[in-house]
Write a new protein. Structure first.
Length: 94
């Protein structure tokens, strides 16, 4: 939870990582955050993924590991498809 002191008023907001149950301090949490973005929106913008270094590295690990596959898109949008577990076991693409 993040709290901001505005003089005599304190405003507290739940952090995104807390509401999602993710620990964004870990590699697994960062990778899941990127995967959720892809599930919810079909990809991400260059600005979003490079907003912080941990997120950029998480996306690169997912790409290098074959967990996500780039689809046709237009800059600055990066469209990705998540390879299903069966794809990863068979080693093929859908």
């Amino acid at each position: 939870m993040t709290c901001i002191n505005f003089g005599n008023t304190i405003v507290c907001m739940e952090d995104e990582s807390e509401s999602d149950g993710l620990d964004l301090r870990t590699r697994k949490g960062q990778e899941e955050h990127v995967l959720r973005q892809i599930r919810d929106h079909g990809g991400f913008s260059i600005s979003w993924v490079t907003e912080n270094q941990k997120r950029a590295h998480a996306a690169q690990r997912l790409i290098d590991g074959g967990r996500i596959v780039r689809m046709p898109d237009e800059y600055p949008w990066c469209s990705y498809r998540i390879k299903e577990q069966t794809d990863l076991i068979k080693g093929g693409e859908r």
